[in-house]
Design a protein around this ligand. Structure first.
Ligand SMILES: Nc1ncnc2c1ncn2[C@@H]1O[C@H](COP(=O)(O)OP(=O)(O)OP(=O)(O)O)[C@@H](O)[C@H]1O
Length: 222
């Protein structure tokens, strides 16, 4: 469960990135964050990942107030999160497989286990044949799917995706969205910022923001 209680975020000297935002997201929901550029979507995702802290209000993740997290406990906290940020930040001098193995190696998996799980994650993203390629030899859509494979390889409880279909053609955007829907079907909570009208139109739940304020929220009746 992720809960924002009257959250505001100010960046000095005078940017009000979020004002008085409140919502709660249950385990296993797929929720979109929508709104124009600068509305505060990325700031919300960063707060859930404890990369930004609220100026006022509370952000609770599984009942835990992220403001209370000490820096030493952040890596442990983030192990349950799969982050797909706007800049995929793949390591260009390592193979696709090595990039996807990285989170597992950092969290102490054996090389054998990391290999098995990274290959399975790549297979799931339809990239098994690219395991030995280097990121720059891949298309933008393939690189984005590698970033998703890396985000899910640790089997996170929550996936945070910032504009995961931006700059992708329809086919690749659909593959990315289908993958997120499959994770949700498996019980993973997915929070996705998007400008994509086609996906927003089919979404079960959308939180709309404008200039840091919640302008409307929409949830289907099903
Ligand atoms: N570290 C920062 N320092 C100062 N201002 C910031 C910082 N991060 C975000 N902002 C400002 O906060 C506001 C919200 O930014 P945010 O990135 O959350 O918007 P967004 O809805 O994700 O936009 P986009 O769709 O363009 O990615 C913007 O005015 C932005 O310039």
């Amino acid at each position: 469960m992720i809960e924002f209680k009257q959250v505001s975020k100010h960046f000095p000297p005078s940017v009000s990135a979020l004002s008085d935002v409140s919502f709660s997201i249950a385990r296993g929901e797929l929720v979109f964050l929508a709104g124009p550029s600068g509305a505060g979507k990325s700031t919300i995702l960063k707060m859930i990942a404890a990369m930004e802290r609220p100026s006022s209000g509370q952000v609770l993740v599984n009942g835990q107030n992220i403001a209370g997290l000490k820096s030493a406990s952040l890596p442990y906290f983030r192990r349950n999160l799969g982050l797909i940020l706007q800049d995929h930040a793949l390591l260009l001098d390592r193979s696709v497989l090595a990039n996807v193995m990285l989170p597992l190696m950092i969290s102490g998996a054996t090389t054998k286990d990391a290999l098995i799980r990274a290959n399975a994650a790549l297979d799931r993203m339809d990239l098994a044949d690219k395991a030995d390629s280097f990121p720059l030899a891949l298309s933008g859509g393939e690189q984005q799917r590698v970033a998703i494979a890396r985000a899910i390889v640790n089997r996170p409880q929550v996936i945070l995706a910032d504009e995961p279909t931006a700059y992708l053609d329809r086919d690749n955007a659909k593959k990315v969205m289908d993958a997120l829907r499959a994770f949700q079907a498996a019980g993973v909570t997915c929070i996705v910022s998007s400008h994509d009208e086609e996906f927003l139109g089919k979404a079960e739940r959308v939180i709309y923001l404008n200039q840091g304020k919640q302008s409307q929220s929409w949830q289907s009746a099903v």
